[in-house]
Ligand binder design. Structure first.
Ligand SMILES: Cc1ncc(COP(=O)(O)O)c(C=O)c1O
Length: 462
């Protein structure tokens, strides 16, 4: 066993991982990366098919981002934003304002998606207290939502597995149905499913708006739920309803932001301008941890006052607005502009769509969902009758283990195979990666059951 692997198993606890299984199985050590390829300790190269957990945009070791960080290191690595201004954080704020949906005028920095959402939750709550509407304390969420792992963000999440054990720690939210047609209890017709789900949201808002602070959603795609896509017009309708019932609209673009859906932000597809928007992951091109919570003047102004009035937002993190992260963020935006990333994406998205049509021929593919370069392939025991594979067969994990043999690293969500390549991937590379996924699904699901039942599988959920 590689020395690093042994020490990892001795000392490190991995996220979302059953460590008993982790230590019992061989693990891959990544030592380097170049472009969209990860390189392990034995020199093998693999496509980074999940963009290092949905963060990487322009590939690894992009010379512009590398250089921006090195340049900033020559000035200062970190200073606090409590009581001080720093140059890259200010410059990045100005540049971000030029690309986010109109109406968002201020931002609050933090470190990752969970903190960006936690901040929006606390600000929305405090906003209504400051406005003298102290009964408005509740949050409306969608079934199957995922907004992070802190106690506040799990409270507005809807994935039962992550909730159950912590339930007594969490605050209660009001859950609306998620408009996922494949799993929909209401209708499997996308348009009808969307309308019925909207009706349910309106019912909740009409009945409870006086006690509702905000509604929070992942726009267009509920990623961690298994890339569940929403019907066209659904997001816009939610914006209209929340405005009608005086409920704040919080849009979580942590997974969808920075080009993933084919536009800079998912909100751009439906010309939606929320009260809050949260971003993280791709904000530094996938290099360093940074997040931002955007809000309108209306929210920001409500917190203003003499310090003795205690209207201040009492929240902050040690590394808020870290200059190295912000320098990477500036380089990230520069690459978007110079390399016309959004424009060049359209051809890649179309190529993926074409390639994915062949998956319908596979015996165990239930649905292929795609929004831009966010792709989820739902595997099922019997796709026609929508009978899922039993979770303990870990079929998704087995497929992802197989793709590694063919040189592609991806991760499943239950029985959904997730494919989220870096945006810089070429059409040829995307097609190659999809071919690998196709072959791996075929190998695993169309092989005789007993040949893969006792295969070693890493216990992976996300
Ligand atoms: C929509 C959404 N919100 C929040 C988060 C949490 O982000 P982080 O893992 O950076 O805390 C994620 C992570 O996948 C996400 O997909």
């Amino acid at each position: 066993m590689n020395e690093i692997e042994a020490k990892d198993k001795q000392y490190v606890w991995h996220p979302f991982t059953q460590m008993q299984e982790w230590v019992a199985q061989p693990q891959m050590v990544i030592e380097a990366a170049e472009g969209i390829k990860l390189i392990d300790s034995e020199g093998h190269q693999y496509y980074d098919g999940v963009s290092s957990l949905w963060v990487n945009i322009h590939g690894h070791r992009h010379p512009k981002i590398d250089q921006a960080i090195v340049d900033q290191l020559g000035k200062v690595a970190h200073t606090t934003m409590l009581g001080l201004v720093n140059v890259p954080a200010t410059q990045l704020a100005e540049e971000l304002m030029a690309v986010v949906p109109k109406g968002l005028t201020k931002l609050f920095y933090s470190d990752d998606g969970s903190t960006a959402v936690e901040i929006a939750i606390k600000m929305a709550y405090q906003y209504w207290q400051l406005k003298g509407k102290s009964k408005k304390q509740k949050f409306v969420t969608l079934a199957n939502a995922y907004h992070g792992d802190t106690v506040g963000t799990v409270s507005v999440g809807g994935i039962d597995l992550f909730h159950r054990i912590f339930s007594s720690l969490l605050f209660e939210s009001i859950q609306a149905p998620c408009p996922s047609c494949y799993h929909c209890q209401l209708s499997s017709d996308p348009e009808q499913c969307g309308m019925l789900c909207i009706d349910q949201v309106e019912k909740i808002l009409a009945e409870h708006h006086e006690e509702i602070a905000a509604m929070i959603v992942e726009p267009l795609v509920q990623a961690a739920a298994g890339m569940l896509t929403q019907p066209k017009g659904y997001l816009k309708k939610l914006r209209e309803l929340t405005a009608k019932y005086n409920v704040l609209f919080l849009v979580d673009e942590v997974a969808t932001g920075f080009g993933r859906t084919g536009k800079m932000f998912a909100c751009d597809h439906e010309d939606v301008s929320p009260d809050f928007m949260m971003v993280a992951k791709g904000i530094t091109g996938g290099y360093l941890p940074l997040a931002a919570t955007f809000m309108t003047d209306e929210i920001y102004n409500a917190f203003l006052g003499d310090y003795t009035q205690q209207r201040t937002f009492f929240h902050g993190h040690s590394y808020t607005g870290n200059p190295l992260c912000c320098a990477a963020g500036l380089a990230n935006l520069e690459i978007f502009r110079e390399e016309q990333v959004i424009e060049s994406l359209q051809e890649k998205i179309a190529a993926a769509t074409t390639k994915l049509t062949a998956f319908k021929q596979l015996k165990h593919v239930g649905e292929v969902r795609q929004q831009g370069l966010m792709i989820g392939i739902e595997l099922a025991e019997n796709p026609e009758k929508k009978i899922p594979f039993s979770w303990n067969m870990a079929v998704g994990a087995k497929v992802c283990k197989k793709t590694r043999e063919y040189g592609l690293i991806i991760r499943p969500i239950g029985s959904v195979v997730v494919f989220m390549p870096p945006l810089i991937s070429t059409v040829v590379e995307i097609e190659h990666m999809i071919d690998i996924i196709y072959r791996s699904i075929q190998d695993v699901t169309e092989t005789k059951q007993d040949q893969y039942d006792d295969e070693e599988v890493a216990a992976v959920l996300i």
